[in-house]
Each structure stands twice: as structure tokens, then as C-alpha cells.
Design a protein around this ligand. Structure first.
Ligand code: KIV
Length: 252
């Protein structure tokens, strides 16, 4: 098994927390890696916070390869996971072809949106030696079908389906599980029910780790601020200040 994947899984057995942020380019990857983050996720959220699209369904494999290469050039230590973007995993075979391209670009693992519905995809990738993380709960690539970003696991039926998804992806060979916008009590129950680490976003505090979009943490996307993300810097304000100061100094 890849050493970085083994280290990732060992964190859960030690009862420690896994810190994950998104990265899309060389300087942020290098800074995050130097800051001791466990995992850098080249998320397809890049479509929104870097490329200016309304949602992640516009992101292509070419986009993901381009940004994964940049992140890999800036990373010495952290585990790099790259998203399989919208339409890149329609079949298990297509998922494998595209996952291999992300690995060639420098990712150590890929993330796929889907639970039991994607167990065959996960089994094929894992069997071919491509480490794969499953992403369940709110799946942003379904935002247009679902008409918004809604919390999952509110009903007993939904909670049972999420627990079944978690068990199916673990059995299929996923090395980790991302839980997005899952009711905290359900995220806790899932975390206790599987051996693989769970990484939460907007899913309470009881997952094995937490992931956030970098731009939300450093205040680099001031036009939208998710409620669950604590902003710890105001980079947008600093960019505006420095740019205004530069222009003013130049113009006199
Ligand atoms: O694309 C992404 O950044 C993600 C996170 C929201 C978890 O999948």
C-alpha cells in the first residue's frame, strides 16, 4: 500500500484528527504542505472558487489534470487526492481510465462522488491499485438534478441509506470516506460503523477529520461564505488593499 495512504489510515487508529484543505495551484499547495496539512484535496470546487463557474459540473478532466500537476509540484509530504469530475466516471471502466490520468498527473489517490451506486467503480479502481475515497451525503455534482445543496440524513430512511452507502464503499475497497452536509448524529454513527477514516464537511465534529475549501478558510472568495466554515484570514481584503495602494502610488 502507498505509504501516504497507510499514514492516512493510521491516524484513525491512533485516534488523532485528519486535517484536509483544498489546493489548486503550486503556491498554495506548497504553503499548505509546509503548514503540516495531512491531505491536499484538488477538489472540483476549483470550478467555482478558481474558474468562476456557478457549480462543479463545468469542471473537465483537462482542468483537473492541469491543477493536479501544479499541486503535485508544490507538495513534498501531504497525501494528494484529486476529484474525478462530472461525467468522468459514468462507467467503472471510464472511471479507471480517468483515475489513472489523475495519478499520472501526481495525485496519490482519487475521490469519486457516490455510495453503493458506485461500489463497482470503487472495486475496479481499488483492484487496479488506484486508491479511492468515496464522497457521500450531499454530492455537489448532483446539484442541478437536486436543485440545491441540502443536508442529508434528516429522515430515518435517508440515514439508513447513508449507513448502507458507507458499508458498501468500505466493502468495495475505498480507503476513506468523505461525508458532506450529513446530519451530525448520522455522520457520527457512520464514523463509528466503518474502519476507514471519515472526513466531514458541514457534518458536525465527530468525523475522523475535517475538510474545508481553502478559499473559505482564508477569505479569498468573499462572494459566498458557507455557514459551517470558520474564516481565519481575510485575504480578499488584503488583495484589495495592496492593489489599491499599488495603483494609488503609481498614479500619484
Ligand atoms: O470539490 C471539493 O472541494 C470537495 C469538498 C467540498 C469536499 O469535494
Amino acid at each position: 500500500m502507498n505509504e501516504r495512504i497507510a499514514n492516512f489510515q493510521a491516524v484513525k487508529s491512533r485516534g488523532e484528527r485528519i486535517a484536509v484543505l483544498t489546493a489548486y495551484d503550486y503556491p498554495t499547495a506548497r504553503l499548505l504542505d509546509e503548514s503540516g496539512l495531512d491531505v491536499l484535496l484538488v477538489g472540483d470546487s476549483l470550478g467555482m472558487v478558481v474558474l468562476g463557474h456557478p457549480d462543479t459540473t463545468f469542471v473537465t478532466m483537462d482542468d483537473m489534470i492541469h491543477h493536479t500537476r501544479a499541486v503535485a509540484r508544490g507538495t513534498q509530504r501531504a497525501l494528494i487526492i484529486a476529484d474525478l469530475p462530472f461525467g468522468s466516471a459514468e462507467t467503472p471502466e471510464l472511471a479507471l481510465t480517468n483515475a489513472k490520468q489523475l495519478i499520472e498527473a501526481g495525485a496519490h489517490a482519487v475521490k469519486i462522488e457516490g455510495g453503493a451506486s458506485h461500489a463497482a467503480h470503487i472495486a475496479l479502481l481499488a483492484g487496479a491499485g488506484v486508491p479511492v475515497m468515496a464522497h457521500i451525503g450531499m454530492q455537489p455534482q448532483r446539484v442541478r438534478i437536486e436543485g440545491g445543496y441540502r443536508v442529508k440524513g434528516k429522515t430515518e430512511e435517508q440515514a439508513d441509506a447513508l449507513l448502507a452507502d458507507a458499508s458498501a464503499v468500505e466493502a468495495a475497497g475505498a480507503f476513506g470516506l468523505l461525508l458532506e452536509l450529513v446530519v451530525p448524529a448520522v455522520a457520527k454513527a457512520i464514523t463509528e460503523s466503518v474502519k476507514i477514516p471519515t472526513i466531514g464537511i458541514g457534518s458536525g465534529t465527530d468525523c475522523d477529520g475535517q475538510v474545508l475549501v481553502l478559499h473559505d478558510v482564508i477569505g479569498l472568495f468573499p462572494w459566498f461564505k458557507p455557514k459551517f466554515a470558520t474564516q481565519r484570514a481575510d485575504v480578499a481584503a488584503e488583495i484589495r488593499r495592496a492593489a489599491t495602494e499599488f495603483a494609488r502610488a503609481l498614479r500619484g
